[in-house]
Design a protein around this ligand. Structure first.
Ligand SMILES: Nc1ncnc2c1ncn2[C@@H]1O[C@H](COP(=O)(O)OP(=O)(O)O)[C@@H](O)[C@H]1O
Ligand SMILES: [Mg+2]
Length: 444
C-alpha cells in the first residue's frame, strides 16, 4: 500500500486557487490535475486514475452537489474534499451526507489540507485493498448452490463437473438473472484453483479508455493518466480464475487482446513490450447473442469461436418451471431472517407457477424476499406477492388455459340454444354424454 502515488484532481473555477493548489500540493508522491468546471472534471475522470478530488462547492456549470453525486456514483474508490466559502457550512454538511469525505473552508490552511488529503488517500487505498479481500471472503463464505431438477439444469450440472477441472475457457450464456454468475462460481469451486480467489469483472463497468489497462495493467507513463505502473486483473487472477461478465460490452480491440491471451497464454501491459505469462482460467458470460454480434461486426469472430467452443447455455426460468417449487423452498429457507419456516399457500404458488418471470431467478429471489417481509404468521398468501405478478399470472392463465376457453364456448352455445343440450352437443360436434361430463367437470 505504501509508496503508491496519489493523484489529486482540483476542481475550482477560480484560476488562482487552481494555481496555488497545484503549486503547493505537487510532490514526488503526488500528482495534481486541475479542472475549471464540472464538464472538464468528468472528462478527466474518464481517462485518469484519480484518488482524491478537491472540489469547490459552487461551480459555474453544475448545480450544487450534483457533480459530487455523479462522481460518487460513477467513480469507484475516490474520496472528495469540498472547498467551501464563508457561511457555507450547512452545504458542506449536506455534501458529507452525499459522500464527501471532508470539507475545508477558504481561505485555507495548507497544512490542514495536506493532512486531510493524506487521510483521504489512505482511505482510498484501504477501500481498494478491502475490495480484493471482500472478494476472497465472499467466495469462501458459502458454497454456492445450484438448485433445480429440470433436464436443463441436470445437463448444466453435468457440463460444469466435466469442464471445471479442465483449463479451457467457458462461455456462459443466458438471460439476465438466469444464473450465469452461479455457474461461473461453481466452475471455479470445482476447479483446481478453488483455493484461490475468483476474480470477477463486469465488462460493462470498464471505462472504455481504461479497459485494457484494467485488464492487463500498464507501464508508468504509457498514457497521460498513467503516473505509475499498475497491475491488471490478469495478474490478480494469476493461477486462478478470471470471470469476465457481460463480455459483449468489450471493444473489438480488447477482444483481440483477450484472444491473444487464449492463444499464447501471454499478454503485455499497456505501454510495455515485455510479454508476461498468463496462467489464468478464463470464464466469460453474456446475455447477448454473440453470433448476431459477430454478424453485425461488433464482435471478433475468431474470439467468438474460440470461447464458444465450450458453451453453457442457461434457459430462462419460464422454460423450466418444474424448478420453481424447489427454488421457492430454497429461497424461503435461505432468506428466512431467523431460520423459521415459511409456508406458501397453493393459490400463491399457482401464481408463481403461471407467471413468466422475465427477470428470471433474480426476480424470483426478490419476490420471495419481499413476501417473507409481508407474511403474517409465516404464511405467504397471494397478498404477499406483487400485485402485477398476481394479475399477470391470472391473465396468462386466462389466455393460456384451453379449459377456460372450452368452458366459455360451451356456455355460450348453451345460452344460444336456450339450454338445449341436444342441439348444443350437435353444434359442438360431441356426444351428449361427453357434453354432460364436461358440464359436470366445469360445474356449469
Ligand atoms: N439454480 C440456482 N439455484 C439457486 N440460486 C440461483 C440459481 N440460479 C440463480 N440463482 C440466484 O439468482 C440470482 C441471480 O443469479 P445470477 O447468477 O446473478 O444471474 P445472472 O448472472 O445470469 O444475471 C442470484 O442471487 C443467484 O444466487
Ligand atoms: Mg451476472
Amino acid at each position: 500500500m505504501e509508496g503508491e502515488k496519489c493523484t489529486i484532481l482540483v476542481i475550482d473555477d477560480e484560476q488562482s486557487i487552481r494555481r496555488i493548489l497545484e503549486k503547493e500540493l505537487v510532490t514526488a508522491e503526488r500528482e495534481v490535475l486541475t479542472a475549471a468546471d464540472g464538464k472538464t472534471a468528468l472528462s478527466i475522470l474518464k481517462s485518469h486514475w484519480v484518488d482524491v478530488i478537491i472540489m469547490d462547492l459552487r461551480l459555474p456549470d453544475v448545480e450544487n452537489l450534483e457533480l459530487l453525486i455523479e462522481v460518487k456514483e460513477s467513480v469507484a474508490y475516490v474520496e472528495v474534499i469540498m472547498i467551501t466559502g464563508h457561511g457555507d457550512v450547512d452545504s458542506a454538511v449536506e455534501a458529507m451526507k452525499y459522500g464527501a469525505y471532508d470539507f475545508i473552508q477558504k481561505p485555507f490552511n495548507l497544512e490542514r489540507l495536506e493532512l486531510v488529503i493524506e487521510k483521504a488517500h489512505q482511505r482510498v487505498l484501504m477501500a481498494r485493498e478491502n475490495s480484493i479481500l471482500r472478494h476472497k471472503r465472499d467466495n469462501n463464505k458459502q458454497q454456492v448452490q445450484f438448485i433445480g431438477k429440470s433436464e436443463a439444469i441436470q445437463g448444466i450440472k453435468f457440463l460444469i463437473n466435466k469442464v471445471a477441472p479442465a483449463t479451457i475457457p467457458v462461455l456462459i450464456t443466458g438471460d439476465s438473472g438466469a444464473g450465469k454468475d452461479v455457474v461461473a462460481r461453481m466452475i471455479h469451486q470445482r476447479s483446481s484453483c478453488s483455493g484461490r480467489e475468483l476474480i470477477i469483472k463486469n465488462c460493462a463497468s470498464l471505462q472504455k479508455e481504461l479497459a485494457r489497462s484494467e485488464l492487463f495493467g500498464h507501464a508508468k507513463g504509457s498514457f497521460t493518466g498513467a503516473t505509475d505502473s499498475r497491475e491488471g486483473l490478469m495478474s490478480y487472477a494469476h493461477e486462478s480464475t478470471l470471470f469476465l461478465d457481460e463480455i459483449g460490452e468489450l471493444s473489438l480491440e480488447v477482444q483481440a487482446s483477450l484472444l491473444r491471451v487464449l492463444e499464447s497464454q501471454s499478454y503485455r501491459r499497456v505501454g510495455e513490450k515485455q510479454e508476461r505469462k498468463a496462467k489464468v482460467r478464463l470464464l466469460f458470460a453474456t446475455n447477448r447473442n454473440l453470433a448476431e454480434e459477430v454478424e453485425a461486426g461488433r464482435f471478433n469472430e475468431a474470439f467468438f469461436h474460440r470461447i464458444n467452443a465450450f458453451n453453457i447455455e442457461i434457459p430462462p426460468l419460464k422454460d423450466r418451471k418444474e424448478d420453481l417449487p424447489l427454488l421457492v423452498d430454497y429461497f424461503l429457507m435461505r432468506l428466512s431472517p431467523d431460520n423459521s419456516t415459511y409456508k406458501i399457500v397453493d393459490r400463491a404458488m399457482n401464481c408463481i407457477l403461471r407467471y413468466t418471470w422475465p427477470g428470471n431467478i433474480r426476480e424470483l429471489r426478490n419476490v420471495i424476499e419481499r413476501s417473507i417481509i409481508l407474511a403474517e404468521n409465516n404464511i405467504i398468501t397471494e397478498r404477499c406477492l406483487p400485485r402485477e405478478l398476481v394479475s399477470a399470472a391470472e391473465e396468462s392463465h386466462a389466455a393460456l388455459s384451453l379449459e377456460l376457453v372450452e368452458k366459455k364456448h360451451i356456455l355460450k352455445m348453451l345460452q344460444f340454444f336456450d339450454g338445449n343440450r341436444q342441439k348444443t352437443a350437435e353444434i359442438l360436434g360431441i356426444s351428449r354424454k361427453t357434453l354432460y361430463r364436461k358440464l359436470a367437470q366445469y360445474s356449469l
